[in-house]
Design a protein around this ligand. Structure first.
Ligand code: NOJ
Length: 537
């Protein structure tokens, strides 16, 4: 395996810093808050923190619009707090991964301000500016912003208007302002971002989750160039810390890992679309650009359509084997909450699935207590419909959900009071059947059974277009574990294939309303509505 050894056994916990834990009473989460909650994260069995961007920013896109790559945003604390977080996490055997917003800066970044000037200067080509074309779109393949600056041209944006794309070059330049990636101006940008990585690695950061990793170099056929870029970065990063991790927002694990990443998310874009149906929110949140008609296998009225999901996992695993990992998150800051259309029983089924498939699992903060999507919130810092999945972590059923001692009116976003009594850490700690304790148990089972480990093999046993259950086998050199899922409201009985080998002393690791029935000539799985099992066989 090319990826760092420690990934074999790790579980990532994503923290949206502004919403995690506020220690200074200003209503916004901070780095000291993350330090204060390290033991909590560790108690889940998670050993890697991924922090969304915590750098100086005008926060027009939640911090994905950085105005100083080298400075922690004062609302989160200081650089020293970040070094302290690295240090304290390391002492507890944990890693800290930062978000590298490599593709763009904020319009407030001094480099961009310089590049806006009509007089040519060192930063003029740090961004992509068309020549002239002020009254027209210079290139319909991309989004350019017209009329922003004194400079006689338009700038290319990556996401919102306030996120001008850094100029890493174009794979097939068509216009005079488009440069090949090896153009000296593009190489300057490449090195500028490498310096940012070096700075944090040298202070003890354990790696990066790279925003929009596939699109730094523009162009339809950019893969060879983008691969070269990430191979270069990988090499440089590993020189500083061979154990550092590179995680991509790419959603195409074979491509991402082929380009040098250690881990790639299977989320809502690209070829990994079936995984998104855990949440199934996408067809239901008005205004989302991610609308889909694909019903989820995990719905109560599941049609039993596990085939696409299974095939998606299989193909991504086979194409990345030995090189890197897929990562299936419970959610993230860009999508709805898994709890949104699911009760706790459904969620347990989905979690049992997420924590038994291979790869590096990722928990989005609060999913482990079933935090819900909050409707009706005004967009906060460019969140738009994503805002409802970014509300403060609910630590207890007390004032401000235990998130902050500040004034309610100052909270970054309101607490989800509707669900606070049930969805909070303190209450769920005391209930052995809570989702929180269930998640802990699942992670413990995953970590103590080699077949279920991040690297364990995955074999389809039963996956269909129209029939529950879904069954797969995980295996290592020393162990085999059969996993089964029936999210539907129907009782299902399924005979295992004739050649299925079962130890007479098979062991139930975690079973909910299901059993293996062995008769003389066959083994059947019988599963009640909304059931699952994890059985060592
Ligand atoms: C992906 C990030 O996850 C998202 O939150 C952000 O808005 C865009 N990239 C732009 O940086």
């Amino acid at each position: 395996m090319l990826a760092p050894k420690w990934l074999e056994n790790s579980v990532i916990y994503e923290i949206y810093p502004q919403s995690f834990y506020d220690t200074n009473g200003d209503g916004i989460g901070d780095l000291q808050g993350i330090i204060a909650k390290l033991d909590y994260v560790k108690s889940l069995g998670c050993d890697v923190l991924w922090l969304n961007p915590c750098f100086e920013s005008p926060f027009q896109d939640g911090g994905y619009d950085i105005s100083d790559f080298y400075k922690v945003a004062p609302r989160y604390g200081t650089n020293e707090d970040l070094w302290e977080l690295f240090d304290k996490a390391h002492k507890k055997g944990m890693k800290v991964v930062l978000d590298l917003v490599a593709g763009h800066t904020s319009i407030e970044h001094p480099f961009f301000k310089e590049s806006c000037k009509s007089t040519p200067n060192e930063y003029s080509n740090y961004y992509v500016w068309s020549d002239d074309w002020i009254l027209r779109n210079p290139d319909p393949r991309y989004r350019y912003i017209n009329g922003y600056a004194p400079r006689n041209g338009n700038y290319l944006t990556n996401f919102f208007y306030c996120q001008p794309a850094l100029n890493y070059g174009f794979s097939e330049p068509e216009y005079p302002w488009e440069k090949r990636p090896e153009h000296p101006d593009c190489l300057k940008v490449r090195e500028m971002m490498l310096d940012v990585m070096k700075f944090y690695l040298n202070h003890g950061c354990d790696g990066f989750r790279v925003d929009m990793a596939s699109s730094l170099i523009k162009g339809k056929n950019n893969y060879p160039d983008i691969k070269k870029l990430w191979e270069y970065y990988r090499n440089e990063v590993k020189k500083i810390n061979p154990d550092a991790v590179l995680i991509s927002e790419w959603s195409n694990p074979p491509q991402a890992i082929g380009a040098g990443f250690d881990v790639d998310f299977m989320i809502h874009i690209g070829r990994t679309g079936y995984v998104r149906t855990f949440r199934n929110e996408l067809k239901r949140i008005p205004g989302t650009y991610l609308a889909t008609d694909t019903p989820s296998f995990f719905d109560k009225n599941s049609s039993g359509n596990s085939k696409n999901l299974n095939d998606d996992i299989l193909v991504n695993l086979s194409e990345t084997k030995g090189k890197g990992y897929i990562a299936i998150p419970t959610g993230n800051h860009d999508m709805g909450r898994i709890r949104q259309y699911r009760d706790f029983d459904d969620m347990k089924n989905v979690f049992a699935y997420i924590f038994t498939v291979p790869g590096v699992p990722v928990i989005y903060y609060g999913d482990e207590i079933g935090m819900d999507y909050v409707y009706g919130l005004e967009s906060k810092e460019g969140g738009y419909w994503r805002t409802g999945a970014r509300t403060p972590m609910q630590w207890s059923n007390s004032r401000n959900g235990g998130f902050s001692s500040g004034n309610e009116a100052d909270l970054y976003l309101p607490i989800d009071k509707l669900n606070l009594a049930e969805n909070n850490v303190e209450t769920q700690e005391k209930d052995e059947n809570s989702l929180l304790n269930f998640t802990r148990k699942l992670i413990e089972i995953r970590k103590s059974n080699s077949a279920l480990g991040n690297l364990g093999e995955y074999h389809e046993v039963f996956a269909s277009d129209s029939e529950c259950p879904h069954l797969f086998l995980r295996s290592s050199d020393t162990q085999k574990v059969l996993c089964g899922f029936n999210p539907s409201l129907r009782n299902v009985v399924k005979e295992l294939p004739n050649n299925f080998e079962l130890r007479s002393d098979f062991k139930e690791l975690l079973v909910n309303n299901a059993e293996l029935v062995i008769t003389k000539d066959k083994i059947t799985v019988t599963m009640k509505p909304n059931s699952f099992f994890i059985i060592e066989v």
